[in-house]
Design a binder for this molecule. Structure first.
Ligand code: C2E
Ligand code: CA
Ligand code: CA
Length: 760
């Protein structure tokens, strides 16, 4: 009987040994706690099993002590495992150490019990004809042992219970079965302890529980949990996941896909229809997998996708359907397009920007190298004025208007863009350029901008491309050079580039290069043109500069003033001429001729580069001339386009005693306005009124002159008419009331000494 009992004991140990073997293979804290716990479980079983056998009394005492002590140890390792597995109280190391110390003390007390009976005493009982040892009396240390053991049990149950209460219900499945197994075993053990049966009958259940916990903890991957997690991942994924069966019918679409295809979840037919087009387009049923990028219009909105297609096979490798994984790149794609657009287009007009125009033009030229091509560039006359007078918004409106005009004029096969500021450029086959169409269009646009203060005028420079490999920006420069030849003229809009223009530019460059030396060497000189009454009495003269160039001979201001204005050199030349005039006045005044005056020209640009007022004042003071003998000629454009500062300067000049003249009155954009805004002494009527070529217009011009003169009279201003060439003009103008004349009829501008010889 003993042998059968012993065999049964060992039979119980074998499954635990197997569990230990498997648990040892797993490298984790939890597994090593389980291994230790199982080792003590074996000792517990052996202790409890052997204790009851009547081998000897001392042996039974020792075995019972072993059983009770290893039970402590087993519980401690179960607690350690519970804490590691649930991560509840896992960090409390002093508590764990305390448990070990207590268990060792308990062990000592239990083993000493063999001699001192401090915990319990044994007696023999007869059970079903077997002599067995059984606990007789239970003393204080026995109860201490049990209180300790049940404290550990409580902590174990608490760890699992807290964990279960803390975590989302989704994960509870992982812990509840283990807690249930533990609770059952605890209850069984408790029942056995209070029963009077000598052997702990819960031991076989211990074995069963050990195996179960090992399995649940170390080996079970909760499939259901994984399935659920995966299904949530797929549902929530930011990609569209769509699954199809072997009939190509859609069987599943995640939320994103349903939303994208705007399909109610109960009807996957829409998605099946879309998929059908993919299946046909890419012939995907003949492949196992494929990836491609695609665009589809869904619900009137264009979508950009990266599509992944994959066939699905079961474990037996049988085809069970396929899935599509769509990554919706629409936002990214649009952002990229937007960025690209911004990098290549002008935001205001939506036309190509300078660089992209060049790129596209080069492409176009190279695509048809045998064709004849033109490069056109446009420029708005005095565009800055629009901004200054009417504000940036109006300026922008004009640019958009011009852009619209280009879109209208240029069709397929023509490239056009905004190349900067108010400049637009067009690359067009020569055969398609109809000058008249462009002139008309530009004129129409000019008229559309209806304003009394400013006349919109657009120039077009045309460059015939001779070498398609030439840099586009150079072609644009050449077209722009052509525009310069129009000289800010109102009656012409289109100019063609010629090599002469190029040469002129070079000449211009040379003039600028020669300037410094010319000023140093006094190559510039003053000519005087007399201003006379109708009776031929000389009142004074206008100072006009001439350039005695060592290589080119005498150069007239028409050839260099504009160049120097553009290049910012004019103020130095003007200062030089002013000084010549003031010196001459000082000389005359010294000789008693303080009745004569000289008019000097002040360029618009002078105001940008120097303090005109102080420059002139200091010269006048230096030579001590009478201020009234120096007249200052300022064009109305200078005054009207300048800031309010220029109007102030005029008043300061007049306060000082100078006479201020409006030069070229009637040629600017707003002559009458000028009169309203500024106080001057003299008005010098522009020659243009006398240069009318058409005979039928002469009368008209004269009538305007008549009115201007009458007007100046009422304003109390003196009038000079410039450019009189005939006796008739003088007679007629005198009748109108003009008092002073300057013109070839009386004299051309002449060198100073000749002037003095003739008039003084
Ligand atoms: P402006 O101030 O209007 O000067 C009058 C121009 O008309 C002069 O040309 C003069 O020779 C010309 N002229 C005078 N009477 C007649 C005439 O009866 N018939 C014709 N056809 N022309 C006549 P010029 O000297 O060639 O000067 C041209 C322009 O150059 C001037 O026009 C003025 O704007 C500018 N300029 C001349 N000298 C200076 C200067 O020292 N400084 C500045 N800033 N500009 C100057
Ligand atoms: Ca003048
Ligand atoms: Ca003039």
């Amino acid at each position: 009987m003993d042998k059968i009992y012993l065999a049964f004991l060992f039979l119980m140990i074998i499954p635990i040994l197997i569990c230990i073997k498997y648990a040892r293979k797993i490298k984790s804290d939890v597994a090593s706690s389980i291994v230790r716990c199982l080792i003590f479980a074996i000792i517990t079983i052996l202790g409890n099993g052997l204790f009851a056998l009547c081998i000897s009394e001392t042996f039974s005492y020792l075995m019972e002590a072993l059983y009770l002590f290893s039970f402590d140890m087993m519980l401690i390792y179960i607690l350690q495992y519970s804490q590691q597995y649930t991560l509840v109280f896992n960090e409390v190391t002093p508590f764990r150490t305390g448990c070990f110390i207590f268990a060792y003390l308990d062990g000592i007390s239990l083993f000493l019990n063999t001699f001192f009976h401090n915990a319990f005493t044994l007696k023999t009982v007869n059970y079903m004809n077997f002599e067995l040892y059984h606990i007789d009396t239970k003393n204080i240390f026995y109860y201490i042992h049990y209180v300790f053991a049940y404290c550990l049990v409580f902590c174990i149950v608490a760890s699992f219970t807290i964990k279960i209460l803390q975590i989302p219900s989704f994960y509870r499945k992982k812990y509840i079965p283990i807690l249930a197994v533990m609770c059952i075993i605890i209850l069984l053990n408790f029942a056995c302890n209070i029963s009077e049966f000598p052997v702990d009958l819960s031991l076989p259940f211990f074995v069963f529980a050990a195996i179960l916990i090992c399995y649940l903890t170390l080996y079970r991957s909760p499939n259901e949990l994984i399935d659920k997690t995966l299904s949530i991942v797929v549902t929530e994924m930011n990609n569209c996941v769509i699954c199809f069966d072997i009939n190509n019918d859609c069987v599943y679409a995640n939320d994103k896909a349903l939303k994208m295809f705007d399909s109610p979840s109960n009807s996957l037919a829409t998605i099946s229809d879309y998929a059908q087009t993919w299946i046909e387009e890419h012939n995907i049923n003949n492949r196992n997998s494929l990836e491609w990028s695609d665009e589809k219009i869904i619900d009137n909105k264009k979508h950009y996708f990266d599509v992944e297609y994959r066939k699905l096979f079961d474990k037996k490798n049988e085809y069970i359907g396929f899935f599509l994984n769509l990554i919706d790149n629409t936002e990214k794609h649009l952002a990229f397009e937007r960025e690209r657009y911004l990098a290549t287009h002008d935001t205001l007009t939506g036309l190509y920007n300078k660089n992209y125009f060049a790129e596209k033009s080069t492409e176009l030229l190279k695509s048809k190298p045998d064709e004849k091509w033109l490069l056109l560039s446009s420029n708005i006359k005095d565009f800055k004025l629009i901004n200054d007078l009417f504000g940036l918004e109006k300026g922008n409106e004009v640019l958009k208007m011009e852009a619209d005009l280009l879109k209208e004029q240029c069709g397929e096969g023509i490239v056009y863009g905004r190349t900067g500021g108010d400049k637009f450029a067009i690359c067009i086959p020569k055969a398609r350029f109809k000058e008249q169409n462009f002139t008309n269009a530009l004129r129409t646009m000019g008229k559309a901008f209806n304003n009394d203060l400013y006349h919109l005028h657009i120039y077009l420079g045309v460059y015939e491309i001779t070498d398609i490999n030439e840099d586009i920006s150079i072609m644009c420069d050449k077209a722009n050079l052509a525009i310069k030849t129009l000289n800010e003229n109102y009656d012409k809009s289109i100019a063609y580039y010629t090599d002469t223009i190029f040469n002129d530019t070079i000449v211009e460059k040379q003039l600028v290069g020669d300037f410094d030396k010319a000023l140093d060497e006094k190559q510039f000189c003053m000519y005087l043109q007399p201003q006379m009454t109708s009776d031929g009495e000389m009142l004074g003269a206008e100072a006009l500069v001439r350039w005695q160039h060592p290589k080119r001979g005498l150069i007239f201001p028409g050839d260099f003033i504009e160049v120097f204005e553009r290049t910012g050199l004019i103020y130095r030349l003007d200062k030089f001429v002013w000084e010549l005039a003031i010196q001459k006045l000082a000389e005359w005044q010294k000789n008693g001729r303080d009745d004569l005056y000289i008019s000097v020209n002040i360029s618009t640009k002078d105001f940008y580069y120097m303090d005109v007022y102080n420059t002139i004042i200091s010269m006048v003071e230096k030579y001590g001339i009478i201020p009234a003998t120096l007249k200052l000629e300022i064009t109305e454009t200078a005054i009207m386009t300048g800031t309010a500062g220029e109007l102030d300067i005029i008043n300061q000049f007049r306060d000082y005693g100078f006479q201020v003249e409006i030069d070229d009155f009637g040629s600017g954009y707003s002559s009458l306005n000028t009169l309203k805004d500024m106080d001057v002494d003299v008005i010098k009527i522009d020659m243009g009124f006398l240069r009318t070529t058409k005979p039928e217009r002469i009368q008209r011009s004269m009538s305007i002159l008549n009115n201007i003169i009458a007007l100046t009279k009422t304003l109390g201003l003196a009038v000079i008419t410039e450019g009189v060439e005939t006796k008739e003009q003088v007679t007629e103008l005198t009748q109108m009331g003009c008092g002073i004349y300057q013109g070839y009829y009386f004299s051309k501008p002449i060198p100073v000494n000749q002037f003095e010889d003739t008039y003084l």
